[in-house]
Design a protein around this ligand. Structure first.
Ligand SMILES: C[S@@+](CC[C@H](N)C(=O)[O-])C[C@H]1O[C@@H](n2cnc3c(N)ncnc32)[C@H](O)[C@@H]1O
Length: 388
């Protein structure tokens, strides 16, 4: 059992539900996402989908409502139970889906899928474990398959790591899981309320984004993922050359034009990512003129924060909090180019972390700038073999 499934099983949770009281809106949101990835939702009609790590099935429900047949691989029993209930509530014909109780590494099928979809879990593993999962996913991909993956890296998760630091300090003396969740919900409600488009209930967000220890691995960038896929295409002559069809957010220039049949967007993603990754830090950011030295310096700092968060999760030690304060101070003194909102957000965190013993849920809740500071958390990428 991997660390991810262990965390969910130990606490008897599948914290990935979504508010689908407005089902039309939920479907529209999902259709829009797939359109951004170059996939019209009409393609799901009668399609064969393999969905891996489907959680409680809220996204699966949309594929089913759009007419797809779905094989679902989900190792968490709570997730499987909740998705079964959800499909029953919406009277989904049980012949249109099958739920497999295993991890993808143990899944065997000779089916040729139209879509292999793995949303929201690949970044939560260390490199060697993720490689095995990716190999298992790629085994199910043929030359006609769209593969959908998600990535999260230190840039896109920077503000969330700061929330984890505040959250871990806040609940350092609370041992009961649901008491921790309650306290953290009070602290972060105003933060989530600032996100107009949030669809996950706050309890689930707190369990998954603050308390889930696998978040400390989030170092899987779009560039790394594109490199993994390119490596696979080189070695798998049967399937052919893969290219990226679309990414969301779409921040990497695609200069392909109709005559340029050999253009490789996957290469463009790999080449441009390091110059553009600062855009993932904050939803407020537009293109800026940052030089490579500044981006490199930022990169070192955001990676350092992730490593400190990992240490803090094991032991909420004051020397680690001091190291985090020092790191944030350096950043706030040197990143005026990122704008006042960014710097002020860091300063608010520094102020609270200087006195961790006096931290309360009310102080976290009342942070004027930081409560509205969000990164471009999770990125999506669609990939397909190119017909040559
Ligand atoms: C964060 S949830 C994502 C749920 C849903 N896909 C979404 O994006 O909202 C990740 C899911 O991956 C599942 N999972 C973890 N490791 C897995 C593996 N090796 N194979 C298949 N599923 C796995 C977990 O049980 C969990 O339900």
């Amino acid at each position: 059992m991997n660390e991810f499934v262990r965390f969910y099983e130990e606490n008897g949770i599948s914290p990935v539900s979504q508010d689908i009281s407005d089902l039309e809106l939920h479907i529209k949101r999902r259709e829009r996402l797939y359109r951004l990835l170059g996939i019209d939702s009409r393609l799901f009609k009668d399609a064969d989908i393999l969905e891996v790590g489907a959680g409680s099935g809220y996204n699966t429900l949309v594929f089913l409502l759009l007419g797809a047949k779905v094989d679902i691989v989900e190792p968490n029993p709570v997730g499987r139970k909740e998705m079964q209930k959800l499909f029953d509530n919406y009277s989904i014909d049980p012949k249109r889906y099958r739920i497999y109780d295993c991890v993808i590494e143990k899944y065997e099928s000779s089916k040729k899928y139209d879509f292999v979809i793995a949303e929201g879990f690949l970044p939560a593993f260390g490199d060697s474990e993720r490689e095995k999962i990716l190999q298992a996913l790629l085994k199910q991909v043929s030359h006609n398959t769209y593969l959908i993956l998600t990535t999260i890296c230190e840039f896109s998760y920077f503000f969330e790591y700061l929330r984890i630091v505040l959250g871990l300090c806040l609940v350092r003396e609370v041992s009961n899981f649901s008491n921790k969740v309650q306290k953290l919900c009070v602290a972060f409600k105003s933060h989530l309320d600032s996100l107009g488009f949030a669809s996950r209930p706050i309890e689930d967000w707190v369990k998954d984004s603050i308390l889930n220890p696998t978040n400390d691995h989030f170092s899987y960038s779009l560039k790394k993922s594109a490199e993994d896929i390119r490596k696979f295409s080189i070695y798998n002559k049967e399937v052919g050359r893969f290219d990226v069809i679309g990414i969301s957010p779409n921040f990497i220039l695609n200069l392909s034009w109709y005559k340029d049949m050999g253009y490789s967007y996957i290469d463009a993603v790999i080449e441009q990512f390091d110059c553009k990754k600062y855009l993932l830090l904050s939803t407020e950011f537009k293109e800026m003129n940052l030089n490579q030295k500044t981006i490199g310096w930022l990169s070192d700092n955001v990676v350092q924060l992730r490593l400190l968060v990992h240490k803090l999760r094991k032991n909420v030690d004051f020397s680690i909090i001091e190291a985090i304060v020092e790191l944030l101070q350096q950043m706030s003194n040197n990143c005026f180019q990122l704008g006042e909102f960014f710097v002020e957000s860091l300063r608010e965190c520094i102020e609270l972390l200087k006195n961790p013993l006096e931290l309360t849920e009310y102080k976290i809740s009342a942070m004027p700038n930081f409560s509205r500071a969000w990164g471009r958390g999770q990125q999506y990428m669609s990939i397909k073999a190119i017909i040559e």
